[in-house]
Design a protein around this ligand. Structure first.
Ligand code: AHR
Length: 333
């Protein structure tokens, strides 16, 4: 009886294991899902080349990619570019030499990727471009791009500003990293909208490299030079806007009232600043891109690329001081 029972238990356990293994492999990655020489199951390796850790947005982005890799059953190798393209190129080349199963690249700047992406292509290693865009001669060098519509973010910031000011304001602009796609697009999107509103004038523009400390430093210099002329700060990201808020307060002015601030990202610090009345508006740029990236990677490694679009854009929302307090508790980053 006992032996019969334990045999039944054994059979049930084997059946259950079969179901569990079946479920995880049908959901998870397909490539290289083969047993190693020692009989263990190998997990696909993905090399992730990140720009750095320049902003709160970037930290949320890295965390989202790490969490999604884990949830989808990948072995993620993380390379921090520390704000330098040369570091990113080295890391990418090294992932190619290691023969990883796939690469995710968040490029610091748009250009200069052709050679290293060709190396990946020659080794048949698929590359997914995440967050920022690349400008390459041959777009077959990557499978797909997933990220926000940063041109539209610049447009939305300008539209909000025109509505808020009635179309008359002297603006100083804090740009992101030179040559980065969100910098190029947010610069252009904003200008394309204000082109029809001659009362909106950009009186100074300079890079703050998407960093809080640099945003503060540049704003201090702008305040010294343009003083009371400044009506508005348009910052390409929230971190620089938060740095500018500090500079404005240090100069004895009231951010949000004496000077209007509009920025992009929608990080927690921006919502806190809006609730305090110091930031007027932020255009969301969602950094939680990991799940979309690994959903696409599952398909890529399964060879199922026919229905993957070349560009997948994430939708943005606009938040201002009036709406901030209602949504701050539901924010995920
Ligand atoms: O590429 C997205 C931008 O990079 C975010 O707006 C910014 O905060 C980040 O560092």
């Amino acid at each position: 009886m006992n032996r019969k029972l334990s045999k039944l238990h054994f059979t049930l356990i084997v059946m259950l294991l079969g179901i569990v293994v079946g479920c995880s492999s049908s959901k998870g990655p397909q490539s290289d899902d083969v047993a190693d020489a020692d009989g263990s199951q190998s997990v696909p390796v993905i090399g992730f080349v990140q720009t750095g850790a320049e902003s709160d947005w970037r930290k949320a982005h890295s965390e989202s990619v790490r969490d999604a890799a884990k949830a989808s059953g990948y072995d993620l190798r993380f390379a921090d570019g520390q704000g330098k393209q040369e570091n990113q190129i080295k890391a990418l080349s090294s992932f190619v030499a290691q023969g990883v199963d796939g690469i995710i690249l968040s490029p610091l700047v748009e250009t200069g990727w052709d050679n290293v992406l060709e190396k990946a292509k020659k080794r048949d290693i698929p590359v997914l471009i995440l967050d920022r865009q690349v400008d390459v001669k041959d777009d077959s060098l990557y499978v797909t791009y997933i990220g926000a519509d940063t041109y539209n973010e610049g447009r939305l910031a300008a539209e909000w500003l025109i509505e808020e000011t009635g179309g008359t304001a002297k603006v100083v602009e804090l740009q992101g990293t030179p040559g980065a796609s969100p910098t190029i697009n947010r610069f252009k999107g904003f200008r394309d909208v204000i082109a029809d509103h001659s009362g909106i004038e950009i009186i100074a523009t300079q890079s703050g490299d998407f960093r809080r400390s640099k945003g503060k430093e540049v704003m201090e210099a702008m305040l010294k030079k343009h003083g009371d002329d400044i009506d508005v700060v348009y910052a390409h990201n929230d971190d620089m806007a938060i740095g500018a808020i500090q500079a404005i307060e240090d100069a004895g002015k009231k951010p949000g009232d004496d000077i209007i601030l509009v920025s992009i990202d929608g990080v927690r610090g921006a919502f806190e600043a809006m609730v305090e009345g110091k930031l007027n508006c932020t255009v969301e740029c969602n950094p939680l891109q990991g799940p979309m990236a690994f959903e696409a990677m599952d398909k890529i490694l399964a060879g199922d690329t026919a229905d993957i679009p070349k560009k997948q854009m994430i939708k943005d929302e606009v938040y201002d001081r009036d709406t901030a307090k209602d949504v701050i508790d539901s924010r995920k980053y």
